[in-house]
Design a protein around this ligand. Structure first.
Ligand SMILES: CCCCCCCC/C=C\CCCC(=O)SCCNC(=O)CCNC(=O)[C@H](O)C(C)(C)COP(=O)(O)OP(=O)(O)OC[C@H]1O[C@@H](n2cnc3c(N)ncnc32)[C@H](O)[C@@H]1OP(=O)(O)O
Ligand SMILES: Cc1cc2nc3c(=O)[nH]c(=O)nc-3n(C[C@H](O)[C@H](O)[C@H](O)COP(=O)(O)OP(=O)(O)OC[C@H]3O[C@@H](n4cnc5c(N)ncnc54)[C@H](O)[C@@H]3O)c2cc1C
Length: 655
């Protein structure tokens, strides 16, 4: 069937090449091209297609379908991608497995990275190759039923038995059961387990251990291990998140991951070079989250923008034909700022992935000085990005009206998966408070006359605001954001200090200032996102692409400043606020002809989108009907529930 002419016209009005834009989004022409090649190659392999729509499947069917595809994938892995390239591998996973989770997700995102960051060279020799070849499937078991955030309160113990040189793992209480780890429930046969290291009754706190859970032949749980699935979740139901308990389960001393902390055979403990070095697997995932969430948001926007370009409802001036809903200003205001955010998040994602890779090298060379900075940055970023992604996806769903609420849009699934990110890898409020600690320390440095020692990301906290001329470009908006973030950070810090000076304990003062502190963290992070976006656009060479991205940046900066209006009242007059508001409306109109091309540029395939509304060809209505007819409920005209219950009930009522 040919493309819907409404979408053809939209594509014709685009002022740039989508392949050139994809090269900017994905960091290089080479990677953008590789993505397309991988997508193309996959589309020719029929076994990678869903056997029927995932939304009609039960959890068992979804997990089985994911495993089926993984088994097929194992035959093609080396021919489809450069296996040493993480981004190619993740693209392949997204295309083939989609976003509902699968038994290798944690293997790739946490198990292997933990081995790389935490295992000694000898341990890597033993396990890393096996993991990379997928001879074993691993997961990351840290969270317990009773504690996830507060790692110092974890209860699982690994007690060193000097006589046998083994660790004995125990889950002493119901609340100490590991709870949530992805792939633990039914799939993984090995796990990195975080347990309190105990030597001679001294608790050295949480440490990582390599633990075999299941027999490698029979896949049965090993004696001393209790393991299973935790049941259905809001989304991610292609994944078997699990529970795990230990009863006097012994592992060799060599199974504690010993790149940094060590236990010698006589039971001596060797400290790591940084107290939080064991948390690196979390930082790794957090450093990826801006990218991953940007892509979730992008997916929802591809669906909503394409659909809004074929959905006609109501009239503007021309009464002879209904208007595309994308022409309504309210629709544009709902969607376009999110397009800008999706671009900005992906740009930030590339930056934080690069920073993590550099930190890994530094740490392996004994330099841990960058850890605090990256922890603060990624903590704030994962919180703001996941929250705004959730907001943006939900608006995208509403922008699709009734059909958005149908699983045919697939937006609710994207939403369910994406907002999991507000919780996993550090609950958002908690992570904002981690960044706040860093911001408060920065203010204290300024107060103590050490402004010169501030890192580049917080140097603005020591500056004085100057007059703002809003007729200039995005950099002036950046100054507005700096003003807001600086003011709020000082205000929140001073509140905390005042409470503490009044005689309150440090913890209570912190708690009573915490809402204000989280606000400071959000503003600081949004400033970082904006500044990354501006810098990125500044570096683009292709003038057509750059022109459109400047328009998109204008949507971003004006929307963001309007959104934080309450924090800039002391800086901007109401006339200036009106001016910004009008600039936002003008920028929405400016970006309108490029809206479809901007979302096309994400180059997310139909196979990955799984959305009837978001189809690239725009043939929504006929496919919506086809999709509904494929519902299992439509296999027969009369359901057994009718014959068994409703018919007798109606018959009885007749009497
Ligand atoms: C294959 C493709 C498919 C893709 C799909 C994949 C989907 C994956 C889906 C889900 C994966 C989810 C996996 C998980 O969720 S794993 C579990 C994650 N758990 C958490 O994140 C727990 C959060 N809690 C913490 O991180 C910590 O407990 C804490 C909140 C940071 C507090 O820690 P702690 O009590 O030890 O710390 P203190 O209060 O004593 O001290 C805080 C000081 O430590 C500094 N700090 C903390 N963390 C770090 C770090 N990582 N690096 C450097 N420094 C750190 C902090 O800044 C404080 O310093 P200060 O100087 O202020 O004292
Ligand atoms: C989809 C999904 C996948 C997951 N995968 C894994 C996995 O593979 N491996 C694994 O180990 N874990 C996994 N988890 C667990 C996840 O990491 C934890 O749920 C997360 O870290 C939050 O911890 P919690 O559940 O203890 O929340 P809690 O800490 O109990 O949070 C409850 C509330 O308390 C608040 N709160 C807690 N502490 C503070 C504080 N100090 N200050 C202020 N407020 C506070 C929070 O803000 C929140 O509002 C997964 C979770 C999900 C949802």
């Amino acid at each position: 069937m040919s493309e819907n002419p409404d979408l053809t016209n939209e594509r014709a009005s685009g002022t740039f090449e989508t392949n050139a834009m994809a090269a900017v989004i994905y960091g290089s022409e080479k990677f953008a091209q590789r993505r397309r090649e991988i997508t193309e190659a996959i589309s020719k392999i029929p076994e990678f297609q869903d056997s029927h729509p995932l939304v009609f499947m039960s959890r068992e069917e979804k997990i089985s379908e994911a495993c089926r595809k993984l088994a097929v994938l194992s035959n093609y892995w080396n021919s489809l991608i450069d296996t040493s390239d993480e981004e190619e591998a993740l693209h392949l996973y997204r295309e083939v497995l989609g976003l509902e989770g699968h038994p290798l997700a944690l293997h790739e995102t946490m198990f292997i990275p933990s081995l790389i960051a935490q295992a000694s060279d000898e341990q890597q020799e033993k396990w890393l190759g096996r993991a990379q070849r997928r001879e074993i499937i691993g997961c990351y078991a840290q969270t317990e039923m009773g504690h996830g955030t507060n790692l110092r309160a974890l209860e699982t113990t690994a007690t060193f038995d000097i006589s046998t040189r083994e660790f004995i793992l125990n889950s002493p209480t119901i609340t100490s059961l590991k709870w949530w780890p992805g792939a633990l429930g039914k799939s993984a046969n090995w796990s990195i387990v975080i347990a309190n290291l105990i030597i001679k009754e001294h608790n050295y706190g949480p440490h990582p251990f390599m633990v075999q859970l299941r027999d490698e032949k029979s896949h049965e749980p090993l004696p001393g291990i209790t393991v299973g699935d935790i049941g259905p979740k809001m989304a991610f139901n292609g994944a078997d998140n699990g529970f795990l308990g230990f009863k006097n389960y012994r592992i060799p001393r060599e199974n504690m991951l010993m790149r940094h902390s060590k236990v010698t055979s006589d039971g001596s403990y060797i400290k790591p070079p940084h107290a939080k070095i064991g948390y690196s697997s979390m930082v790794k995932v957090r450093s990826r989250m801006a990218m991953d969430q940007g892509l979730f948001l992008a997916s929802a926007l591809v669906i909503a923008v394409r659909y809004s370009a074929v959905r006609r409802q109501g009239y503007l001036e021309d009464k002879s034909r209904e208007v595309k809903v994308l022409d309504y200003q309210t629709q544009q205001h709902r969607l376009f700022p999110s397009i800008a955010r999706a671009y900005a998040f992906i740009f930030c994602g590339f930056e934080t992935i690069r920073l993590y890779d550099q930190l890994l090298i530094d740490v392996q060379n004994g330099n841990t000085s960058g850890m605090a900075d990256l922890h603060a940055l990624t903590s704030g970023l994962k919180s703001v990005v996941t929250y705004q992604t959730g907001e943006g996806i939900e608006q995208a769903r509403m922008a699709c009206g009734g059909h958005g609420y149908s699983m045919a849009s697939y937006i609710s699934e994207i939403y369910g998966v994406a907002i999991g990110g507000c919780t996993y890898e550090g609950e958002n409020m908690v992570m904002l408070l981690q960044l706040a600690r860093y911001l408060v320390k920065s203010i204290e440095m300024i107060q103590n006359g050490k402004s010169r020692e501030l890192g580049p990301m917080v140097a603005y906290l020591a500056e004085n605001e100057s007059e703002i001329d809003l007729n200039l470009g995005p950099n002036e908006y950046l100054k507005v954001f700096e003003y807001a973030a600086r003011n709020q950070t000082w205000r929140a810090t001073e509140k905390f200090q005042k409470l503490r000076n009044s005689g309150m304990s440090n913890e209570e003062a912190w708690n009573q200032a915490s809402v204000e502190l989280t606000r400071a963290s959000r503003l600081h992070t949004r400033l970082y996102i904006m500044s990354t976006f501006i810098n990125h656009v500044g570096s683009i060479v292709d003038q057509k692409v750059k022109g459109v991205l400047i328009d998109l940046l204008n949507v971003h900066v004006t929307y963001e400043v309007m959104d934080i209006g309450i924090y800039v009242q002391g800086l901007l007059s109401s006339n200036q606020m009106d001016l910004i508001r009008n600039q936002l409306y003008v920028s929405l109109e400016t970006i309108r002809p490029n809206a479809v091309s901007l979302v096309d540029s994400f180059q997310i395939s139909d196979m990955q989108l799984r959305s009837v509304l978001g189809r690239r060809d725009g043939n929504v209505y006929e496919n919506l009907f086809k999709w509904a007819k494929s519902s299992p409920l439509n296999k027969t005209d009369v359901l057994p529930s009718v014959t068994q219950y409703l018919k007798p009930m109606m018959e009885k009522s007749k009497l």
